[in-house]
Design a protein around this ligand. Sequence first.
Ligand code: G3P
Ligand code: MG
Length: 256
Amino acid sequence: MKAWPYPRIFAHRGGGTLAPENTLAAFRLGQSLGYAAHEFDVKLSRDGVAILLHDATLERTTNGTGRAADLDWEALRALDAGSWHSEEFRGEPLASFEEVAHLLRSEGTLANVEIKPTPGVERETGDRVARLAQELWAGARVPPLLSSFSFEALMAAKAAAPGLPRAWLASRLEEADWERMAALEAVSVHTNHAKLDPANVERLHAKGYRVLAYTVNDGDVAERLFAAGVDGLFTDNLRGFAVRFPGAIREPGRTA
Ligand code: G3P
Ligand code: MG
């Protein structure tokens, strides 16, 4: 297997549950706790700006309504993406992909960019996000790891930026996923830890794929996954995991 330059634990959605997900405040918090790598979700605004947002719609994590893909960045950036979380983060805006890339690179922290297209614009999103990632991380020692549940988006990313590593996201691994991973030339598969069959870890490793699990918030579960050979995981429990796994949030994982 190729060397794995990412730490074994990624801060999920920037700062887990400590800060409003996918905002600059979340990344700053993760960095302040010592996290060296962050996972986050990227999609496109109406005018093609790559922005961080998990859902297709704005209701859950902002004071806006409707689909983010129906608004331009100028309107999106005026929304409050912090109040839903807590009073402390009132007024925290949505972040653009570009802003986040600058913040991560300025602190030397690493990225797993989850391409999360609004349904219907998979190809365009994969293409745009991959091109931007290539530009924004030009000259970086460790490239951003691109992942997606959308095969179409990730194939478009492969065509646009073939040199960036790709990860296939599959909630539960099925036979068809092996073909998809081969077509994507994926370096890793990211899967729901609750649906991960430990027998698959060995099979995936034998084919040269790293295995990462989301979203793991219980330290004992994390220990068991690592013991089963899982290479990495995503957590919302930033404080707990920083105390229990101080090396795994900072240092690169296995090199062989
Ligand atoms: O990328 C891992 C994980 O974030 C996938 O699920 O819904 O949290 O984006 P979700
Ligand atoms: Mg995600």
